[in-house]
Design a protein around this ligand. Structure first.
Ligand SMILES: *[C@@H]1O[C@H](CO)[C@@H](O)[C@H](O)[C@H]1NC(C)=O
Ligand SMILES: *[C@@H]1O[C@H](CO)[C@@H](O)[C@H](O)[C@H]1NC(C)=O
Ligand SMILES: *[C@@H]1O[C@H](CO)[C@@H](O)[C@H](O)[C@H]1NC(C)=O
Ligand SMILES: *[C@@H]1O[C@H](CO)[C@@H](O)[C@H](O)[C@H]1NC(C)=O
Length: 267
């Protein structure tokens, strides 16, 4: 009884197994346009559909296109007025794309003989990374070196990763030295000879990035640090010394005056 079953099982496997199944990663920026297009179109083909399973688990058929017929755009409320289908290259355009559009988009193409060519697009929609703000936290300085903590903050950071580098110019260059650390905070030690040094923070997600740079020279200049406070205390010391000297001088003059007067009286 097993004999007749085998061919039907085989046939089922053939139907379920796509000829060619590729999954592409697409990172898009919220509010902008995204276009999904199969790398190469199978020939010949008869019917294709754009479908999606959103991360929210909602499923939609976006468009069905039979060769020779006008495309049939589904009336999915989720994408209303935001999708365009280009029959020339079978690409699907979403403009503007929203974060809730993240999901798995599939393009099954019927290539005849009950076989399908399926292309999958894993779409992730990110907020554009805003300009980061690189700040220097109060430093601790002694003996001509200071330890500072740099803080990189991104307004409304959304799945942002941080990268740090050190260079010799405000402008990013290939020669910049990549530093370890993928946190928003970075500890650095600055000494007197690290003058022409610039620290850069690069905040990025898979779709965009933003960077900010700080001049190493300015890192130990804040009032809380030693580089600036040592000249200040030196000034204070100089002031006190001057005062003491002035006092001594006045005392000396008065004493000389009193002594001469006493001497005159004695004479
Ligand atoms: C597909 O075709 C449309 C219309 O000709 C065009 O605007 C679009 O850029 C094409 N897409 C790609 C990815 O080439
Ligand atoms: C700076 O940090 C290093 C290591 O983190 C430490 O060894 C050193 O003593 C610190 N220097 C100052 C001035 O705090
Ligand atoms: C900076 O000076 C320290 C000693 O104060 C020395 O160990 C270090 O190698 C110098 N760094 C550079 C880049 O010249
Ligand atoms: C910032 O990081 C992104 C992603 O890694 C990279 O593409 C970009 O070139 C970096 N920018 C700078 C200025 O390093």
């Amino acid at each position: 009884m097993l004999g007749p079953r085998r061919p039907s099982l085989l046939f089922l496997l053939l139907v379920l197994q796509p000829v060619d199944c590729k999954e592409m990663e697409v990172a898009a920026i919220a509010g902008e346009s995204v276009q999904l297009q199969p790398v190469k179109l199978p020939e010949p083909w008869t019917e294709m559909t754009w479908e999606v399973t959103l991360d929210s688990a909602e499923m939609y058929r976006i468009v069905t296109f039979n060769k020779g017929d006008p495309p049939d755009l589904g009336s999915s409320p989720h994408f209303i007025n935001r999708v365009t289908f280009h029959p020339e290259n079978l690409s699907l355009q979403i403009d503007p794309v929203k974060k809730s559009d993240s999901g798995l988009y599939t393009l099954p193409i019927d290539i005849g003989g009950g076989r399908e060519d399926i292309t999958k697009f894993r779409v992730s929609v990110f907020e554009r990374v805003r300009q980061p703000n690189l700040m220097v936290l109060p430093a601790h300085a002694e003996l001509g070196q200071c330890n500072v903590t740099l803080s990189c903050s991104v307004p409304g950071a959304d799945r942002v990763t941080y990268g740090w580098s050190r260079g010799t110019s405000r402008i990013p260059s290939d020669r910049d030295h990549q530093l370890h650390g993928h946190q928003s905070l970075l500890h650095v030690v600055i000494n007197a000879n690290s003058s022409d040094v610039f620290y850069r923070c690069n905040a990025s997600n898979r779709a965009s990035w933003g960077a900010d740079t700080v001049d190493g020279k300015s890192l130990c200049d804040s009032p809380a640090t030693g580089f600036a406070s040592s000249p200040a205390s030196y000034c204070q010391v100089k002031g006190i010394l001057l005062l003491v000297l002035l006092g001594a001088l006045v005392t000396a003059i008065v004493m000389v005056h009193v002594l001469t007067r006493d001497k005159e009286r004695l004479d």
